[in-house]
Design a binder for this molecule. Structure first.
Ligand SMILES: [Zn+2]
Length: 253
């Protein structure tokens, strides 16, 4: 194993029986230990009640294992009157480190008007946001580069993390990360093509790739192997496994 801090940028909590998702914090810790993961950034996106979901993250995971879990906030435009209050609470009181959005559950694309107050808030506070780059609910003709060009212009202080953006050899994600400021690509996903993550590394993006697991939808152990066993230098692997996340989230590690 490589001797470096390892941060999982993309873990969920909240049980989801249909997909065998069991959010037992002790199971997470056991698998994190066996995969060599020091800390996991954990969010709860499966519930419409964001306050309840964020409390689940905080009470069940972060409070129980404060050295192992980093809280990630979730809000939804479904309840606009509650959204800003919940953002303030999540970051000021619960000390969460970034925001995860999931437009598919809202059934509106991330560039629809519902997300505007959230983006304005995050831009003002300089909060990083992780979200799928493109969704199948995007308006026809939407391209990743057009969407994020507008985001970067309208909200220049948000650091955007494209969930799954480095999992596949995807020239669209790579182009966005190369051409626009403040873009990072995260690694988790079920596909395991031969040149998955290394495609982005070979395009010079090692400083902008973040290891993520999607635990418990996927197992830490095979998601981390995609990084540790890939064709890349040890220096680049260290960045992807944790050094980039530490820098992006200004973690004290
Ligand atoms: Zn996920």
């Amino acid at each position: 194993m490589i001797n470096t801090p390892v941060i999982d940028f993309h873990a969920h909590c909240g049980s989801w029986g249909r997909f065998g998702v069991v959010d037992d914090p002790n199971l997470y810790i056991r698998l994190m230990d066996s995969a060599g993961i020091d800390k996991a950034c954990i969010n709860s996106i499966f519930f419409g009640d964001a306050r309840w979901a964020n409390n689940l993250v905080y009470d069940r995971f972060v409070t129980k294992f404060p050295d192992r879990f980093i809280g990630v906030a979730f809000v939804t435009p479904h309840y606009p009157e509650e959204t800003i209050k919940e953002l303030d609470r999540s970051f000021n009181k619960l000390n969460f480190k970034f925001l995860k959005l999931y437009p598919l559950y809202y059934r509106q694309p991330s560039d629809s008007g519902g997300f505007k107050p959230i983006f304005e808030w995050a831009n003002q506070k300089e909060i990083p946001i992780m979200c799928h780059g493109k969704d199948d609910i995007d308006a026809p003709g939407t391209t990743l580069i057009k969407k994020y060009e507008k985001f970067s212009k309208d909200y220049p202080k948000i650091k955007w993390v494209l969930a799954h953006g480095a999992c596949m050899p995807d020239i669209n994600s790579v182009t966005v990360a190369k051409e626009l400021p403040n873009i990072w690509l995260e690694t988790c996903g079920s596909p395991t093509p031969l040149d998955g993550i290394s495609f982005a590394v070979n395009h010079g993006l090692a400083d902008q790739i973040l290891f993520g697991s999607d635990m418990p939808l996927f197992d830490y152990r095979h998601q981390i192997a995609k990084v540790t066993a890939m064709d890349a230098s040890e220096e680049d692997k260290k960045k992807i496994l944790g050094l980039n996340a530490i820098k992006l989230l200004k973690l004290d590690i």
